[in-house]
Design a protein around this ligand. Structure first.
Ligand code: COA
Length: 336
């Protein structure tokens, strides 16, 4: 037997408050038509007062545990770049809210690639027998860091959370995570960033400009790099398994922009129906994006046991990463 992490549960939660394109157009110089045609987004969910990233993460994690029929796990990993507090990590509080005091718990910060990095970390802990089970949550509330007056970012991002349960099993079992590709290019640090609030700015002695406390993104640069690195990463993870893009039944990419997803599909030679998309309903939900898309794909009945599925992400850092898995035998996604 070759020990591997097996996908055993999947749950999601988005806050009930919906913001439509028309609602944004009432506040900003934009339109439903521009947002739909340039990004593919029609609406997004936004956290309400009294919530936090940890709240969303806990709701999704509770559903993932139910989906897996599990009441405990050894490790809780929360991928987020909007933690509840700058210090400490959000994961221990999420674990406590789930009744999992005592489990190992820590955050992973890789922005939109965070969920893939979290999966790789948890799969490594399971593979090396540090843990027999893990909960990996991707959760973000980007609504809390967007400049309310910045139409280029406000229209793109939404809040949400998605979670999976991994259990130790055999690599030949359906549901096994079979390989990872992870990468970064820190020379692109300024392309996706909140410049203020960290040690760099605090130690600079300079008072930050008010825009520096908000999220900033160079959209066109990010667009080009997202396509380059997601396609490159998918090819790498497939090469390592001696597979070609044609062998993938479903590609579940980070939902950055529908035009990015379509370009990736074209460059990989994948028919559009093999690429899972739910960006129209939730926008770009950062670390929650991949598990929310995975749940949407599973919910529409397209996944069959044993099929090859690739998850791929790209985000701030810059970071990127992919994983190859087989779809498990029976997985009841819990999203209510
Ligand atoms: N409504 C109306 N017009 C807008 C707008 C909005 N919400 N946002 C930008 N524009 C305008 C720009 O000001 C610009 O006007 P100009 O030509 O008069 O200067 C024009 O639209 C084109 O702007 P540009 O930034 O070149 O548009 P784009 O086609 O690249 O689309 C993004 C912008 C942000 C949607 C696109 O670049 C993108 O999706 N990038 C990737 C973002 C992403 O995925 N980030 C997360 C990565 S993990």
């Amino acid at each position: 037997m070759t020990r591997s992490a097996i996908l055993s549960g999947l749950g999601t939660w988005v806050p009930p408050q919906v913001v439509t394109n028309d609602m944004l157009a009432a506040e900003l110089e934009t339109s439903d038509e521009w947002i739909r045609t340039r990004t593919g987004i029609t609406r997004r969910h936004v956290a309400s007062a009294g919530m936090s990233t940890g709240h969303l993460a806990t709701e999704a994690a509770r559903r993932a545990l139910k989906s897996a029929g599990a009441d405990r796990v050894d490790v809780v990993v929360v991928a987020t770049s909007t933690p509840d507090r700058p210090c400490p990590a959000t994961a221990p509080a999420v674990a406590a809210a789930l009744g999992l005091v005592g489990a190992g718990a820590f955050d992973v910060a890789a922005v939109c690639t965070g969920f893939v990095y979290g999966l790789a970390t948890a799969a490594g802990l399971i593979g090396t027998e540090v843990a027999d089970s893990a909960l990996v949550v991707g959760a973000d509330t980007f609504s809390t860091i967007l400049d309310p007056e910045d139409r280029t970012t406000r229209v793109i991002f939404g809040d949400g959370a998605g979670a999976v349960v991994l259990r130790a099993g055999d690599r030949r079992q359906n549901g096994a995570l079979l390989g990872f590709d992870l990468g970064s290019d820190g020379t692109g640090v300024d392309l996706i960033t909140v410049p203020a609030g960290g040690s760099e700015q605090r130690l600079s002695g300079a008072k930050p400009a008010s825009a520096d406390s908000y999220f900033q993104m160079d959209g066109p640069q990010v667009f080009v790099r997202a396509v380059r690195h997601m396609t490159g990463s998918v090819r790498k993870v497939l090469d390592a398994a001696a597979l070609a893009p044609a062998d993938i039944s479903h590609l579940v990419p980070h939902q950055a922009n529908v035009r990015i997803l379509d370009t990736c599909a074209r460059e990989l030679g994948l028919p559009p129906e093999r690429v899972v998309k739910n960006i129209d309903r939730v926008g770009n939900t950062v670390a929650a994006s991949i598990p929310l898309a995975l749940a949407a794909g599973a919910a529409d009945g397209r996944m069959e046991a044993g099929q090859s599925v690739v998850l791929t992400g790209f985000g701030g850092g810059l970071t990127w990463g992919s994983t190859l898995l087989t779809w498990p035998e029976a997985l009841d996604v819990v999203d209510e």
